[in-house]
Design a protein around this ligand. Structure first.
Ligand code: FMN
Length: 314
C-alpha cells in the first residue's frame, strides 16, 4: 500500500501514536518488522513534562487519557531513536504536535532528511495558542494552513490526523487534502470528562481527556465512511480496533490501512497477530490482496453519496 511519496507499507496494520512508545520499548515482545508501520509518540519542538495526574481512567469500552504530550522534544527523539529505526524494515512515522504553525514547521524541518524517519503524522488536535487556543483540527482554514506550511517545510510523506470533535469533518478533510497532505489518519480521541469518586471534582488532573477504545469505533467508522466519499488521498483508520473484524469493517468503509491503539495496552502482540489473520482471511476469500476489501460498504455510485444515513438524526 502506497501512502504517497514512496511511503509503501508491506501490510496495512500500523500501531497508533501514544500507544507503542517509540517502538524500541516493545522490541523484546513484538516482532516490529512484521508491522506495516509504527506511529511513534507525539513529538514537540521542546521537551514536555505532560499534564498533572491522574492522567488515565478506564471507561466502559475504553479509556480516557490526558497524558499531555509528555516527550523529550524532537532533537532528543532523533538522537535517541532514529539510529535504531534505520535498522528496521518497518517504516517509522513520527507523530508531530505543536502550539503554533511555526512549532509544527520547525519540528518537520528538523525531521526532514533524518535517516530512519519515514514520514510525519500531524496531530492537529492541539490548541493554537496564538489564536485563542482553538484547536487546528476543528477549523478547515486552520487545518489547511498548518498542513500547507508543513508541506512547504518537508519532502517527507505527510499524514494529517483528523479529530472527531467537529460537527462536519468533510470540509476539514478537503482543506487538508487541498493543502498537500499525502494521506489522512482518522480518528484521534473523542473529548470526554470523568468525575472523581468523591463527586467533588473531575477525576483527571487536566479535567478533559481523550476517549479511546472499542467505545469509539462506530464514530471512527462514520468519519472514515464520510471522508472516503469526499477525498482522493488514502485514509488510515484508527479507533477501537481489537480484532480482525474491526480491520475488515474499516477497510469496507474505505480505509486503506488501520492503526491499533488502546488494545495494545492489553495485548502488545495483537497488531502482529492481525497481520497474519488478515493474510489468512485474504487466502480464505481467494483474493490476491486485501486491496479488494477496500470500500466494499461505500455507496456504489461515485459522486453520489448516499442520501440517507449520512447523518444520524434522532
Ligand atoms: C495513552 C494514549 C496516548 C495517545 N497519544 C497520542 C499522541 O501523542 N498523538 C496522537 O496523534 N494521538 C495520540 N493518541 C490517540 C491514538 O493514536 C488514537 O488515535 C486513539 O487512541 C484512537 O484509537 P484506539 O481506540 O485504537 O486507541 C493517544 C491515545 C492514547 C490512548
Amino acid at each position: 500500500m502506497d501512502l504517497g511519496r514512496g511511503l509503501v507499507l508491506r501490510n496495512p496494520i500500523l500501531v497508533a501514536s501514544g500507544t507503542f512508545g517509540y517502538g524500541v520499548e516493545y522490541g523484546d515482545v513484538v516482532e516490529v518488522d512484521r508491522l506495516g508501520a509504527i506511529c511513534c509518540k507525539g513529538t514537540t519542538l521542546k521537551p514536555r513534562v505532560g499534564n498533572v495526574t491522574p492522567r488515565v481512567t478506564e471507561t466502559p469500552g475504553g479509556m480516557l487519557n490526558s497524558i499531555g504530550l509528555q516527550n523529550p522534544g524532537v532533537d532528543a527523539v532523533i538522537e535517541k531513536y532514529a539510529g535504531t529505526w534505520t535498522t528496521w524494515k518497518t517504516p517509522v512515522i513520527v507523530n508531530v504536535a505543536g502550539e503554533s504553525v511555526a512549532d509544527y514547521v520547525e519540528v518537520a524541518r528538523r525531521l526532514d532528511g533524518v535517516p530512519g524517519v519515514a514520514g510525519i503524522e500531524l496531530n492537529i488536535s492541539c490548541p493554537n495558542v496564538g489564536k485563542g487556543g482553538l484547536q487546528f483540527a476543528i477549523d478547515a482554514d486552520a487545518a489547511g494552513s498548518v498542513t500547507a506550511a508543513v508541506r512547504r517545510a518537508t519532502e517527507l510523506p505527510l499524514l494529517v490526523k483528523l479529530s472527531p470533535n467537529v460537527a462536519d469533518v468533510r470540509p476539514i478533510a478537503r482543506a487538508i487534502e487541498a493543502a498537500g497532505a499525502d494521506a489522512l489518519t482518522a480518528i484521534n480521541t473523542l473529548s470526554g470528562v470523568a468525575v472523581a469518586p468523591s463527586r467533588a471534582k473531575p477525576l483527571l488532573g487536566n479535567i478533559y481527556g481523550g476517549l479511546s477504545g472499542p467505545a469509539i469505533k462506530p464514530v471512527a467508522l462514520r468519519v472514515v465512511y464520510e471522508v472516503a466519499q469526499v477525498v482522493d488521498i488514502p485514509i488510515v483508520a484508527i479507533g477501537g480496533v481489537t480484532e480482525l473484524g474491526d480491520v475488515l469493517d474499516f477497510l469496507a468503509v474505505g480505509a486503506v490501512a488501520v492503526q491499533v491503539g488502546t488494545a495494545i495496552f492489553a495485548d502488545p502482540t495483537l497488531p502482529v497477530r492481525l497481520v497474519g489473520e488478515l493474510e489468512a482471511e485474504c487466502r480464505r476469500r481467494g483474493t490476491e490482496t486485501y486491496a479488494e476489501l477496500i470500500g466494499m460498504a461505500l455507496p456504489r455510485k461515485p459522486g453520489a453519496p448516499s442520501a440517507k444515513g449520512v447523518e444520524y438524526r434522532p
